[in-house]
Design a binder for this molecule. Sequence first.
Ligand SMILES: NC(=O)c1ccc[n+]([C@@H]2O[C@H](COP(=O)([O-])OP(=O)(O)OC[C@H]3O[C@@H](n4cnc5c(N)ncnc54)[C@H](O)[C@@H]3O)[C@@H](O)[C@H]2O)c1
Length: 425
Amino acid sequence: MSGVRTMSCQHEAGIPSAPFGVLRLPRNIVAGAGQRFAAAEMAASLGESVLICTDARLAGSHDLAELVSSLESRGLTVHVFGDTEAELPLLGIHRCVDWITEVAQKQVSSVIGFGGGSCIDMAKVVSVLLTHGGQPRDYYGEFAVPGPTVPVIALPTTAGTGSEATAIAVVSDSELGMKMGISSPHLIPFAAICDPELTYTCPPALTAATGADALVHLVESFTAITRERTSSLASERVFVGKNALCDSIALGGIQLVGRSLLTAYRDPSNTEARANMMMAALYGGVVLSNAGTAAAHAIQYPVGALTHTPHGVGVGVLLPYVLRYNFQAIQPALAQVAEALGCDISGLDARAAAIAGVEAVDRLIAGIDLPETIKELGVESGDLAQIAQLSLNSKRLIDNNPVSLDLNAITEIVQAAYAGDRSIR
Ligand SMILES: NC(=O)c1ccc[n+]([C@@H]2O[C@H](COP(=O)([O-])OP(=O)(O)OC[C@H]3O[C@@H](n4cnc5c(N)ncnc54)[C@H](O)[C@@H]3O)[C@@H](O)[C@H]2O)c1
């Protein structure tokens, strides 16, 4: 153990030893079983009229009915948009904005996102459009949202995306043929209310996909690039790279995933595992929003658009290949991942301890029955060149990778992920 601590010394790893950190967070974070009822008081503190963005399944749920009645009992007028589509196509966002303009003349004092990442991202984008007008496309990239928006209250019903805590919303742009991100600190919700009871109805496949998403957020943020700590870094970038404040949160989240993902998947009624995964997802959102994710996310965007497979499944399949490509640059961090996932790495040398981290991630992904390759997701060999090319479009994610990536490098990762080649670079 002590050998590994020495080996993971920041200085030896080429990482500056002076601590540096960035954390931008929701103004209110409330987490715990039964805490969803805190939403009504928060919404009431913001004004009299609420828009809830949810999807067709959740619009008919008992949980949504309870939320609406708790808001109405405080005298709030509640408008429910129940047609959010998974992965958030642009057309649906326009439908929501048109509808709320018609029924409430845009006069809402808060927007509640009630659902998975798609519904929370819908709430975020709609709040931008209600406040600043225009089209989602006007805000693609970093820092394009010009100012504060109608406050968003996020109530996740999946334990995965962490969107409740992030400065990003992801939309599906069919014209561009890929998902696009709107990234701005103004998108961070006013409140993240994380009640694990809302996830009890998630079936195993959804628990797996969303749990993998949380794991990838935590591991990619923990192994992200370390940037030079200039005084303008936090104002130039939404995602600043690996940093001390995020690292401790990421390690805590990785521990929670290690302890509880397989249990939540195999035993959906295990309330402790559900609570741990909800917390891990929140931690994942915090670190992805500040340190930022990298290549697995960049490559998933075109893979998801091509195969129509869930985001969490795609990033989960890709992570083992990305970690192997990045291996030489992130060995100390991988050893810490191994420890956080419960591996005994005492007595191992630096390389073996890092390999233990990669293999522990492999076991988690296999344990929730995700496919091993992108071929199994529906990618064909003729698609690989286009996937590699399109991945480069996600510049913020490519820039955040700990190893610099050009077209050849991404092609190498994509080919390995297609062929199931798990050799370490
Ligand atoms: N903004 C961010 O920071 C961020 C981060 C990661 C991913 N995302 C985005 O989030 C979206 C994916 O979100 P997601 O994985 O949470 O899934 P989702 O919101 O797309 O929902 C997937 C399905 O799960 C169902 N569902 C949700 N909660 C349920 C519950 N409690 N019980 C049963 N079914 C339930 C939904 O009705 C839907 O059919 C993608 O668009 C992705 O790009 C955003």
